[in-house]
Design a protein around this ligand. Structure first.
Ligand SMILES: [Zn+2]
Length: 378
């Protein structure tokens, strides 16, 4: 196996197995070949942990990829046509003999401009900063002694807009520091690290994660009071009927109660915090958005809340935070753990952001872009 490919599989599997670092098929990785001509990159739709020597990646011509960002014609196209055009171009740049429609990661253009080994994740401990009002100032403070500080990228939608904005900021950074940034924090999104070698990228990743984590507040210890079994059964039944009523699907309902959920439900502003909206595009793409707040767990109330969500152009949610009871997930056994990772992870991030000046979620126009393009894409 090509050394670059074996490095790619190793860093992907190692980072992808931890749901605190990335959830569902989110995040992406790449490694450029030693001759600088090609880049192996994660394929869209495969989880990092599931990549192996035979699947979950594509190999592309780097020089052709560099042309995409410079293409002025693409920059003027409407977003939906442009993103489709780029996907088609990326597929023609593949040179791996793989007979698959699996497309290179949507962030391939961004990976192309960075150092040899690139790891992009959505770690929860990073979410605490990239989703909070004072997050940028906190990151500046945390890394002020670094000779080459992290680069902060304000929000841009994934894909071409993010690649264009980042390439501009990377060029400015290079002018100032004489080298490309090795670490980038992406507002309302996640983290990029890059290095010359795969072990170097992993070391850098852990250094950043540790520093971010050590600066986080500890959740106040709460005496967990498990709700009564009868109450849990009643709520499960109400949610199951409401989901059936709204989607026509009879799904098992799972109950989850832990320290994060207890802390969140204990807050008087829990409903308001959830109503602020999704934290990042992946939450919309993989689990149909933020869990629904349920004040009164009756079938009618839950069904009418779900219908409103659908009327607003969203897909029906599968996670429900029920006041005074806990988290409930209506999903088949293949997706329940993904929904659980997102629902508990984003709840924890919401709590952490309160320590850094408050939550900054996606605005409605940012959500609409994700809905129009990513959720409508085939
Ligand atoms: Zn991402």
């Amino acid at each position: 196996m090509d050394n670059a490919l074996s490095d790619l599989i190793r860093i992907s599997n190692e980072t992808g197995k931890d749901p605190a670092l990335t959830q569902a098929a989110g995040g992406n990785t790449s490694v450029k070949t030693g001759d600088g001509k090609f880049m192996f990159i994660k394929a869209s739709g495969t989880a990092l942990k599931d990549m192996n020597a035979h699947r979950g990646w594509r190999k592309l011509h780097l020089n052709k990829l560099h042309g995409v960002i410079k293409d002025k014609y693409l920059a003027k196209m409407p977003a939906d046509r442009r993103e489709r055009e780029i996907i088609n171009r990326h597929l023609t740049y593949c040179c791996d003999g793989i007979e698959s429609t699996a497309r290179p990661s949507v962030e391939a253009n961004l990976h192309a401009i960075l150092d040899k080994c690139v790891i992009h994740l959505h770690p929860l401990v990073v979410g605490a900063y990239v989703n909070s009002k004072n997050g940028r100032a906190e990151i500046t403070k945390l890394f002020k002694s670094e000779k080459y500080p992290p680069l902060w990228i304000s929000y841009a939608p994934p894909g071409f807009p993010l690649a264009i904005k980042t390439s501009r900021l990377v060029a400015n950074y290079e002018k100032h520091y004489g080298r490309k940034p090795a670490v980038m924090f992406l507002a309302k999104h996640g983290l990029f690290v890059s290095a010359k070698t795969a072990p170097g990228a992993m070391r850098l990743l852990h250094k950043i994660l540790n520093r971010c984590e050590n600066n986080l507040p500890k959740l106040k210890p709460l005496r967990l009071k498990q709700p009564a079994a009868k109450k849990i059964l009643e709520v499960k039944s109400a949610i199951q009927k409401a989901v059936l009523n709204t989607t026509g699907r009879l799904l098992p309902v799972t109950f989850i109660y832990n320290k994060t959920i207890a802390c969140f439900l204990n807050r008087p502003d829990a409903a308001k915090l959830l109503a602020m909206g999704p934290l990042e595009p992946a939450e919309m793409v993989y689990v149909n958005g933020t869990p629904m707040w349920v004040e009164t767990p009756s079938t009618e109330k839950i069904a009418s809340g779900m219908k409103k969500i659908v009327r607003d152009g969203n897909k029906p949610v599968s996670a429900f935070l029920v006041k005074g009871v806990g988290l409930f997930i209506a999903a088949d056994k293949n997706t329940v753990s993904i929904v659980k990772d997102f629902a508990t992870g984003t709840t924890l991030v919401r709590l952490w952001t309160l320590h850094f000046g408050g939550l900054v979620p996606l605005t409605s126009s940012e959500q609409n872009f994700v809905k129009r393009w990513y959720l409508a894409a085939p």
